[in-house]
Design a protein around this ligand. Sequence first.
Ligand code: PLP
Length: 498
Amino acid sequence: MRAGKAPPSPALLIDLPKDGPGPLQTRLFEALRRAILEGRLAAEKPLPSTRALAEQLSISRNTVVAVYELLTSEGYIAGRQGSGSYVLPTIPDRFLAAPQSHTESGKKQVTRRKSRLAAELMSNAVASGKHVLFDPALAALEAFPIDLWSRLVAKHSRRLSRNALGYASPHGLLSLREAVAEYLRLARGVRCDPDQIFVVSGSQQGLNLVCAALLDPGAAVAVEDPGYPGARAAFRMARTHMTPVPVDDEGLNIAALQRAKHCQLAYVTPSHQYPLGVTMSLDRRLQLLDWAAKKHSWIVEDDYDSEYRYHARPLSSLQGLDRSDSVLFLGTFSKVLFPALRIGYLVVPKNLVPVMLRVREALDIFPSSLNQAALAEFITEGHFARHVRRMRVLYAQRQKWLLHSLERYASGWLEPGETGSGLHLAAFLKAGIKDTDVFYLAAERGINAKPLSQCYLGKKKRQGLILGFGGGDRASIFAAAEKLGKVIREVAKSEKTD
Ligand SMILES: Cc1ncc(COP(=O)(O)O)c(C=O)c1O
C-alpha cells in the first residue's frame, strides 16, 4: 500500500502563473516537476486526482491528464492515472534535487528503512563515489598501474611549455586524438580521422555536447527501455522528450522504434546494452542504420565498456557500418581506466565538426591538457593495451565468482541474465519480489544492488538487480552475495505477510 493520508492541496504546492509564457500544458508540467524536485511534493506521497487538480486550478482535466502522463513517462510519478498517482522515490533529476527526508509511512519495516546511505546510493545516476560492493560503476581500481601513471603525469607536468599553458584546440590534444583514432580503428572498426574526434570530460559531457549541438528543447529522442539513467538525465536536462523503446534479447526493438513517432535521435548501447547486457544483433544494427538514414535521424552509440567481452572478439561498432553519416560514437576511459580521469571521446560525422566546435567553445572551450598528454603516451607506449588485456582476465574471473556465489546463496531467487561482457550483469528476481525493497534493505547492509525497475521509463518494468563485479575480490564478492541472498529472503517473507 502507498503511504499517505489526505493528498496535499496542490494550490499550495505548485506555482502556476496564470498568464505565463508558453502553452498551459508545458507550464503545468514544469510547475509540477519543480515541486517534485524541490521536495514540495514529497517522494511516495499521493498526488491529487486529475479531477481535483483541474478544479482547483480552474483548468481542463484533459490538460492535467496529459501532464500526468508526461510525468509518468519521464519517471517522476507512477501509478494509475489520476487519483492513484504518487511521486516516485527516485526522481530522475535527483542530482538537481535538495536532499529529501523520507517520512515514516505505514509500510513494513523492510520497505520503510531508507538510510542516508541508501538514499545516496539510489540517488546517484552513475556512482556513489563510495566503495560499496556490487556498484555497477566500480572498476578494479586497485589493479590500475598508479605508479606508472603518476610518473607519466609528473613527466608531462615538468615538460609543460609556455605554449601548453595557454588556450588549446576545442577538439582536445592532437596526440591523444591520433592515439584514440588508431585504437578505435583497430579495436572497434570505427572509421574516422583525428579531426572528427572531440575529447570530452567523460561520456556524460559528450551527451551534453550532443544535446546542445543537435537538439532543441522539445525534440523527440528515442531511448532504450530499460536504459542508462545518465543518458536520460542529459536528455532531460536538455528539455527533450524521450520515447522509451523496448529492448529484447537482440537489443533495441526496431519495429517498435519504427512505429513510434518521429525521433530526431536514438541513443543506444549496442555492444553491451545497459543494463540488460545484451548485444545488438547485426540484423538489428542494419535496421537501425536504415531507420536513421531514411528518417534523417542521428544515432548516438554509447560504447562504454566494449573492451571487456569474455567469450568472443569485441563486435565492430555501429559507426563502422554506417554509410549515411548518422552515427555519433561515444567512448569513455571511465571503465577501462578510472572514472576520476574524466576523459572520454565523441566521434562525429565530418559535417558535424563545425557545429560541435562552436558548441564546445561555448561549453568549456577545451579539456584540461595535462591528463590528455599523459594518456596519449599511456596509449602509444602500449600500457593501455596491456592494462586492458590484464583486466579482461581479472574481470572474467570476478564475473565467475559472482555467478558461483549467486548460485550458492541466491539460487531460485535471482536469475542472472546476459554474461558475455562488461563489468556488471542484470539478474532477475523471483516473481513477486520488489527490487526497490531489496535495494533499500541491502543498502542498509553496505551493498549497492541497483534496482532494475528504476531503469525503465515505460509501464512494463522487470524486477531485478544490477550487480557490478568489477570492484570486488573473491572474498568480498562471496560475502556480499551471501548478505544479498539473506536480504532477498527477508524481503520475500515480509512481502508475503504484507
Ligand atoms: C551506459 C554508460 N555509459 C557511460 C558511462 C560512463 O560515463 P562517464 O564517461 O561519464 O564516466 C557509464 C558508466 O557507468 C555507463 O554505464
